[in-house]
Design a protein around this ligand. Sequence first.
Ligand code: PFF
Length: 459
Amino acid sequence: MTDPTAPPFPATQRAGFSSGFGVLAATLGSAVGLGNIWKFPSLTGANGGAGFLLVYLLATLLIGLPVMMAEIAIGRQARANPITALVALSPRRQPWWLIGVAGMVAAFLISSFYSEVVAWVFAYVAKALRGSLLSSDPAVTEAAFQALITDPVQSLLWQWGVLAFIGGILLLGVTKGIEAITKKLMPLLFVLLLLLCAFSLTLDGAAQGLAFLFLPDWGKITAPVVLTAMGLAFFKLSIGMGTMMTYGSYFGNDQNIPATATRVMAADLCVSMLAGIAIFPAVFTFGFAPSAGPSLVFITIPAVFAQMPFGQVLMAAFFVLTAVAATGAMLSLMEVPVVTLHERWGLSRPRATVLTLVLLMVVGAGCALSQSTLAGFQPGGRTLFNWADYVSSNLLLPLGGIFIALFAGWAWGADNFRRALSNQGTLHNGALARAIVWVLRWVSPPLILAVMLRGLDLI
Ligand code: PFF
């Protein structure tokens, strides 16, 4: 008889992260991504500066961190991919594993549009190194960006190149691939960021940039802004789709889950703030309006750097930094289907990686061609790129978050969850674990529901 409480894949048979720093680097690598560069700083500046930061911190305490801890604890307890983990921990064969299936779909959808934006970043690294981006006229930098995204061959080839690069790292495995690479990339990210910040703070517009970012404007904190901050916490911390469950399954038994999650959240916030400090003083110094999204990264920033001394070097550093941030996030996105195909369908890990890669090349092509060949194909008024973003961010991630909170708070058993958070009672964090269970039961689900209804324009 096998022991029914034993994990489906015992730790000894499964790869995992080999050190505390590796755990931190990989998990932070997943959280840090494009979101830190084009979403967080602009949202902070536009929505009330320090006031928005405070709301974001509250959203993280009530939703982000508890769901992240629940995911990691579930993954570590079961030592399996999200679907198998939820089958193993569910009482009486309840269908909680559907969360894992929705997570797989979300991972595919996010990967398919996210990889296209990462593709533009990689293309810009090459352009920056060649010096072909240097123009202080935003009309010129906009034309260059349009030329890239409306060219189907370039869009597709850069995307497939990015997917193959990430797939190549995943082929090396969890320890020698994900962990080893993120251990190198995360310190590099901080070095590049600090260098860019130091330079940016010497510019004339530094005070204006910092004021835009941080000066509190409480009048801007409206209900929609609060819901935006909560939605941002989801995307930023890579939760609601099984990524953190998957990485949790690689955590060692002695890892302190609440402490690690909190460190990751704090370091991620730090990266977002530093990115804002690197970007906005420069944007104001050269008389640009602060924008967000692709136009900030691919149109405004090249025009800003073109006017600076050492502009080409600094621009290359900026795009390398963005590529580094995006690599860790992409690794975690692709790892979810890879490990699920490997463990559930019995494919070898290399085969599961190649199959994921091929599937993503096909699904992702729809997003890659959304600005060119398929630009006219807009069922329901959205391109495939926009649908992938909309369905994953507004529906699947919040839905996943609600059910993960309900599973951890109710179905799994509060005692089991608390024991997992306290490493079977060795950590003496009982009060904290009780508070987390309480928040997951009563506070997170209704708040996430509000975020979802807002995202779907239903409230
Ligand atoms: N956290 C990433 C970012 O902020 O860019 C995005 C992301 C990565 C979302 C991985 C979800 C995920 F599973």
